[in-house]
Design a protein around this ligand. Structure first.
Ligand SMILES: [Zn+2]
Length: 551
């Protein structure tokens, strides 16, 4: 059998792996590349295989970096079935059309410019039609049930504890009377994540393909995070302020609603919070909450206890869902204290931008971040302490208090990932480390080597491995070389861009009055001329990049 890696290699997005025998071809996940422009451009690359030849797509969970290229796969000729849990299917039914809408709007925006310039029009990556049609090929499967796909292949979905419906997938491949087991971890959550069940503890496998997002990092304890969050909210409300919580629509928002519901029954604390309205202002989050409500059977014991006691854990008295644009606008019509949970979680799109525009400039308000903020997003600027930001072309003073609460991650940290490996009684022969930035993967790889004495492999994009009858592993050289070079060059360019940014930053830190005073006039002139040279070269490069970006 062969195992190839077409995404989430030394990066966290674009998950896509191919497992094939002579008779059957399985894909595991087919996610969108997300992040910088260069990374996003990879979505337009050809797949590293023929979509029409794929028999099954095994989907670990609904997040777009795992599912977001399925409509494209379908558009390019895939006719097989997508197997995923019932909840993942439900979430994909709202998330893939939402993603298509974004693809269409992006193309439309660029085409407006292109039309004016008399240039050829762009096609969106995929359309709403593609997204809706591909959903017909989704089949819901049960957790913990072995499914026979052919006489060679069996699969089983187990809880991954990451988001509702998330799964680790066990695959058994039987070739020449020999069975090999491979586990694809998908994204792994941590124990005691609210609402959803803990990750399953596996006991044996031959190979493990494992995520490494926080392979080398510790999280803060969740209990501390929730306390801290409510403390900050309570203080703001006492000062008659409003609290804005930018939150990912799927998963984090429901976790927030669940936490607010939970404090209803605490008599002696958080009384200010219980008196104000809590708005959930995101159509996607509202639809996702509906999917949660339809899948209460996969909730954990604590959440089920609330349901048995007659308390819907995703509803409470002061909770208001606002779906229409008018309802959303009305939230900011009055100055009374409130809590607004809205998306996108990183503030780079969606209704959250309107709420920030209306509330950032007032000093008794608080913006509370409960999720990761990627570089280059409005959320990151605020977390990094920007004094002013631009929203819809308008300069807004940042006078509100900005608070970042760690510990709400949907991913396990290094302790959780270590425990996942520790639970195996028969340790995997080899672990492929995917879905992580290289510093996290390297640290994790080293620890696995020292602690568990298991060999790790850090696959590169487009790399292909053959697994022999004795489970020996061979790297297959070259057939996908073209794709690899293509991807490698893009990643190298991105690394250079970020390295250069760091160096420039360091340079500006070094140049202080202290140093300048020590230099004579001649040396200063020389340095200035070197600066000019760099400046010109950077200008040339920016021109090339801008020309491409405007295309
Ligand atoms: Zn995920």
């Amino acid at each position: 059998m062969k195992l190839s890696f077409y995404g989430a290699c030394q990066t966290v997005t674009g998950s896509n792996y191919l497992l094939e025998t002579n008779k059957i071809k399985l894909l595991i996940d087919c996610g969108l590349f997300q992040g910088s422009k260069a990374i996003k451009a990879m979505n337009y690359n050809e797949f590293g295989y023929r979509p029409e030849e794929i028999d099954y797509l095994l989907l670990t969970h609904a997040h777009i970096d795992h599912s977001g290229r399925i409509p494209l796969l379908y558009k390019k000729g895939f006719t097989g079935s997508v197997l995923c849990t019932k909840a993942t299917k439900g979430l994909c039914e709202i998330m893939l059309p939402d993603s298509a809408h974004i693809q269409e709007s992006n193309a439309e925006y660029k085409n407006r410019k292109r039309k004016r310039a008399g240039e050829a029009l762009l096609e969106p990556l995929y359309t709403m039609d593609d997204a809706v049609s591909c959903l017909n090929s989704f089949q819901g499967v049960q957790y913990n049930t072995v499914i026979e796909l052919s006489d060679e292949i069996k699969v089983r979905y187990r809880d991954a504890g990451h988001i509702l419906g998330s799964a680790c997938i066990e695959v058994w491949v039987t070739e020449n009377d020999k069975t090999t087991k491979i586990i694809f971890s998908g994204d792994l959550g941590k124990k005691n994540t609210p609402i959803i069940k803990d990750p399953f503890q596996f006991e044996e496998t031959d190979f493990l393909i494992m995520e490494s997002t926080y392979g080398n990092k510790f999280h803060e304890f969740h209990e501390n995070s929730t306390e801290k969050m409510f403390y900050e909210i309570e203080q703001t409300l006492k000062n008659k302020g409003t609290v804005i919580i930018p939150s990912f629509a799927v998963g984090r928002t429901q976790e927030m609603i669940y936490a607010f519901n939970k404090i209803e029954s605490i008599k002696e604390k958080w009384n200010a919070i219980k008196k104000v309205p809590v708005y959930v202002d995101s159509p996607l989050a509202i639809s996702a909450t509906e999917v949660f409500k339809q899948n209460m059977d996969s909730f954990d014991d604590e959440a089920k206890k609330y349901i048995l006691e007659g308390d819907n854990p995703l509803e409470f008295d002061n909770l208001i869902y606002t779906r229409t644009t008018d309802e959303s606008k009305e939230i900011n019509f009055n100055d009374s204290s409130k809590i607004i949970i809205s998306s996108s979680g990183m503030c780079d799109a969606g209704r959250i931008k309107h709420h920030l525009k209306h509330n950032l400039w007032k000093e008794n308000n608080t913006v509370l971040f409960v999720g990761y903020q990627a570089e280059g997003t409005l959320g990151r600027l605020l977390v990094d302490g920007a004094k002013q930001v631009k929203i819809f072309g308008e300069t807004i003073d940042v006078r509100a208090k900005i608070v970042m609460i760690d510990g709400f991650s949907g991913h396990g940290d290094r302790t959780d990932l270590d425990q996942f490996i520790e639970s195996f009684k028969k340790k995997p022969e080899k672990i492929f480390l995917v879905h992580g930035e290289i510093d996290q993967i390297n640290g994790f790889s080293q620890r696995i080597d020292e602690k568990f004495k298991i060999q790790t492999i850090i696959p590169e994009l487009g790399q292909e491995f053959s697994i022999g009858s004795e489970n020996q592993l061979n790297k297959v050289v070259g057939t996908e070389g073209k794709i690899r070079i293509n991807h490698d060059a893009r990643i190298t360019l991105m690394n250079y861009a970020s390295k250069l940014k760091d160096k420039m930053h360091d340079m500006s830190e070094i140049v202080s009055y202290d140093i300048i005073n020590k230099l004579d006039d001649d040396s200063i002139k020389k340095i200035i001329s070197q600066y000019k040279k760099i400046d010109n070269e950077v200008d040339d490069l920016v021109k090339i990049l801008e020309r491409t970006s405007n295309e």
